[in-house]
Design a protein around this ligand. Structure first.
Ligand SMILES: C[S@@+](CC[C@H](N)C(=O)[O-])C[C@H]1O[C@@H](n2cnc3c(N)ncnc32)[C@H](O)[C@@H]1O
Length: 222
């Protein structure tokens, strides 16, 4: 790891809203995030593969009545969002360092209200590893409350087409789906929703610079 990354990784571990579970030990916040971390009864929204956490922090600024948790395996990336939340005194954001594959070890049944997938790796050669594959959806089903929502924002045609197929094949309840988010945003959309869609993550900026069109869908899996 480069020196700067190592520094960030070391620093983030001391943040009070950053969690790095101990392997083979039960995670104490599982089923208790509201009670023991956020100290409120507000809905919980998680961002999987959050990178620098732009969505977790950006959403948290707009929705003070919800709790947000960014999840990623890369602690040095999450440092960026975690530091912003700390310096901004935001008490509705937390971060969890883990592989998403083990997500059911860290959230209780029905504990999560919404999941955001932001610019997830399309996993060209490994469909099973895509974050909208049946394998992952079954994991989400265990932690999402009934009626819980999955959002996907992506540049990837492959991942988006695959996800659309999954929605159709498994009859998920598709609430919104657009192959060109920014062109199809209605003129009269409310200002907060417009701002939410315009949160630009690190990877979105990279992909947009290369000419990618941004796609978005929102669906229920129960
Ligand atoms: C393409 S980046 C997108 C990051 C961020 N959402 C953005 O839009 O800038 C994908 C992120 O997912 C994380 N990731 C990929 N697979 C993962 C897994 N199985 N468990 C945890 N994190 C994962 C990577 O570490 C990386 O930060």
């Amino acid at each position: 790891m480069a020196k700067n990354k190592l520094k960030r990784f070391a620093a983030v571990k001391d943040f009070p809203h950053f969690y790095e579970p101990i392997i083979n030990e039960p995670f104490p916040l599982k089923g208790k995030w509201r009670q023991d971390h956020f100290k409120n009864d507000n809905p919980i929204v998680i961002e999987l593969g959050c990178g620098k956490g732009e969505y977790s922090v950006g959403l948290a600024k707009h929705y003070l009545e919800k709790n947000f948790i960014g999840v990623d395996i890369k602690g040095s990336r999450m440092f960026v969002g975690a530091e912003e939340a700390l310096e901004g005194g935001m008490n509705n954001v937390a971060f969890l360092r883990t592989r998403i594959d083990f997500i059911t070890d860290f959230f209780g049944e029905g504990e999560v209200d919404e999941i955001w997938l932001t610019f997830s790796d399309p996993q060209r050669k490994k469909p099973r590893k895509r974050l909208t594959s049946p394998l992952f959806i079954e994991r989400y089903r265990k932690i999402l409350k009934p009626g819980g929502i999955v959002h996907l924002k992506t540049d990837s045609d492959l991942l988006f087409e695959y996800t659309e197929e999954q929605i159709n094949d498994h009859k998920y309840d598709c609430l919104e789906l657009t192959w060109d988010l920014y062109r199809e945003l209605p003129e009269n959309i409310d200002p907060v929703t417009r701002e939410i869609f315009h949160i630009k993550t690190h990877y979105e900026k990279l992909f947009t610079a290369k000419g990618s069109v941004i796609k978005y869908c929102k669906f229920k899996i129960d």
